[in-house]
Design a protein around this ligand. Structure first.
Ligand SMILES: NC(=O)c1ccc[n+]([C@@H]2O[C@H](COP(=O)([O-])OP(=O)(O)OC[C@H]3O[C@@H](n4cnc5c(N)ncnc54)[C@H](OP(=O)(O)O)[C@@H]3O)[C@@H](O)[C@H]2O)c1
Length: 295
């Protein structure tokens, strides 16, 4: 795969201590990038940082602790990243969960929605100014949302966005991943021709910790583990979208690994995307309806 030299670039990767996020962090670090790892647990983050340092030839690997289920943590993280780095070239919104049972965050929001959709939505809002500046001074900046083929066959239920009227882990996960694609489309429309691009990628079926939130699925997942891709293979799509010259300027697209693909029809519904955007702003405590604002 032909990738850019990322020396002097800053790449933020959420969920960088495990699975696809860790492998993505390694891939970007190996291209010379300073990697800002976002991890919720300091010990797990430090252990992963050691592995990333061992896999690349420099020491520009920073660890930032934040629980993305907690909006005040996401805000503090975004502000810290903007204050620490004078450029942010890449944001990989990768952290995600599968929750077998319904539970709520300390903000009172269903966890899958909070972590898989609202956290990247909010973090992107906070980092966008720094990324716009980066694009202006250095030619481009890229947002990569890690989605999933699981977005197919579901729809956003605006009357029950948080699964209060009957929860299914698979449905909640699928909807959060459809939200990732809808968010990518609406974001791409808003940042069109700013030099910042946003794309969404399905990483493949990858052997990671994602199914540990449910007993029966993790047992099934373990049975088929031999069949899944390794995290390094799962990271090929995110690394490609973050660093390949071939996708310079590509905006608002969906990829299956490194191949451009067509997402579900539901992902193209502009009214749904706009409504989800408004509701996501409400749920993250941001004012709604100022169309003069880019985001
Ligand atoms: N594996 C697959 O087959 C597959 C397929 C399609 C899409 N995906 C997507 O790929 C992405 C990465 O998942 P993965 O498969 O690599 O699973 P994983 O190994 O479980 O990694 C998920 C990462 O997200 C972090 N995370 C979860 N909740 C968090 C929170 N509240 N705050 C901060 N970080 C949090 C985890 O941290 P901890 O280690 O501390 O929990 C971990 O680093 C997800 O968005 C997932 O939906 C995966």
């Amino acid at each position: 795969m032909d990738l850019k030299d990322l020396t002097d670039h800053v790449c933020v990767v959420t969920g960088a201590n495990s699975g696809i996020g860790k492998a993505t962090a390694i891939g970007l670090a190996q291209q010379g990038a300073r990697v800002a790892m976002v991890c919720r647990n300091r010990d797990r983050g430090q252990a992963a940082r050691k592995d990333i340092l061992a896999a690349c030839s420099h020491d520009r690997i920073d660890l930032h602790q934040a629980d993305l289920a907690v909006q005040s943590d996401v805000r503090a993280l975004g502000e810290r990243l903007s204050a620490t780095y004078d450029r942010i070239d890449v944001l990989v919104n990768n952290a995600g969960v599968f929750e077998g049972h319904r539970s709520e965050t300390s903000d009172g929001i269903e966890k899958t929605l909070a972590i898989n959709h609202l956290a990247p939505f909010l973090l992107t809002h906070i980092l966008i100014d720094r990324m716009l500046e980066t694009a202006k001074s250095h030619g481009e900046a890229r947002i990569v949302n890690v989605g999933s083929e699981a977005h197919r066959g579901v729809r956003i239920d605006f009357d029950d966005l948080q699964g209060e009227n009957g929860y299914s882990g698979l449905r909640a996960y699928g909807r959060s991943k459809l939200a990732n694609v809808l968010f990518t489309h609406e974001l791409a429309r808003r940042i069109h021709e700013t030099g910042v691009t946003a794309n969404c990628v399905h990483p493949g079926v990858v052997s990671t910790n994602i199914w540990r939130g449910t007993d029966w699925l993790s047992r099934i997942a373990r049975l088929f583990n031999w069949f899944y891709d390794a995290p390094e293979t799962g990271a090929e799509g995110p690394v490609y979208l973050a660093a390949s010259p071939a996708v310079h300027g590509v905006n608002g697209q969906y990829f299956n690994g490194t191949e451009q693909a067509k997402p579900a029809v539901a992902a193209f519904n502009e009214k749904t995307a706009a409504r989800l955007w408004r509701m996501s702003r409400e749920l993250t405590g941001m004012p709604v309806g100022n169309e003069k604002e880019l985001l």
